[in-house]
Design a binder for this molecule. Sequence first.
Ligand code: 5GP
Length: 327
Amino acid sequence: QLSNKLSCYMRALFDYDPKEDTLLPCKEIGLEFKRGDILQVSDRKDPNWWQASHVENPDTVGLIPSPELEERRKAYVAPEADFVHKISICGARISKKKKKFVYESRSSVQLEGAELALYEEVARTPPFLRRVLALVGTRGVGRRTIKNRMIQEHSDRFGAVVPHTSRPPRPMEENGQSYWFVSREEMERDAHAGRFLEYGEHNGHLYGTHLDSIRAVMKEGKMCILDCAPQSLKLLHNSGEFLPFVVMIAAPGIEQLRNLTYASNRNLTEEDMKQTLEESARIQRQNEKYIDLVITNNNIDTTYSKINDALHSLSTDHQWVPVSWIY
Ligand code: 5GP
């Protein structure tokens, strides 16, 4: 939801090149931008074209497509078909080949059910540390190793949630250690009331991450590290409470992936590894709006220090965050 203010800041969630835009009447007046760029939008009166500039370079004023225009464009493909266009010059009928611009509905498969996110209204804040570090990515690419290492090495700064389950405790399992043991009714009631970040069923028992468990870590003054499913990102992003920093741990090339799975004693076939790569690319594509940083995990030590560097920057540099986090 965008505010009604005429002038505001937007994070672009797609790449735009005016030179490629067949709808723009004159290419020179368009403003090129890349996904992630912060734009200062100065005029939004026109329903199709907004006036904007790059925040780091206010001299770059130009037109950008409004979300309405871009939504219409993205929902359609425009195959170019030749058709014979009859024109008349000095009374003589001349047939001329012309490119026809045809809109055709894109299949839902092409849109992949992804939300059409084009711009997000943002505001500039002083440096601050986010409350949640969400690590996303496919299974077996290193999320869990990184999470465990961060908590082991900096237990004063980072914490993990204790999940809930309706499974009865096994001998030696204490409530609140590896799980909070609760009844199925209680879990279902809280799940229906939206009090779980995520939950699922395994062997006839419910398991899930209660929002109160995240709050408990935050209350200790620690950043809560979640090794979470991409479906959880929307809630984290929109809550205005958890202020997450979302890092996508992307699958490396097949050779490095083989080394990673070898190191973690997992027996993956070539087909499994191909699927891991595809799944990783899909997660990244479908959740671009929520992801702050993508790290291709070629080497676990390098990935670990890149995350630590990024967290350090959060505490020293200003940040652009969704306006909903502030107001
Ligand atoms: P166990 O009962 O042996 O401790 O765990 C069995 C399985 O429960 C795990 O392998 C995992 O698939 C699932 N599980 C554990 N914690 C959670 C959680 O927080 N959320 C979800 N969806 N599943 C979980």
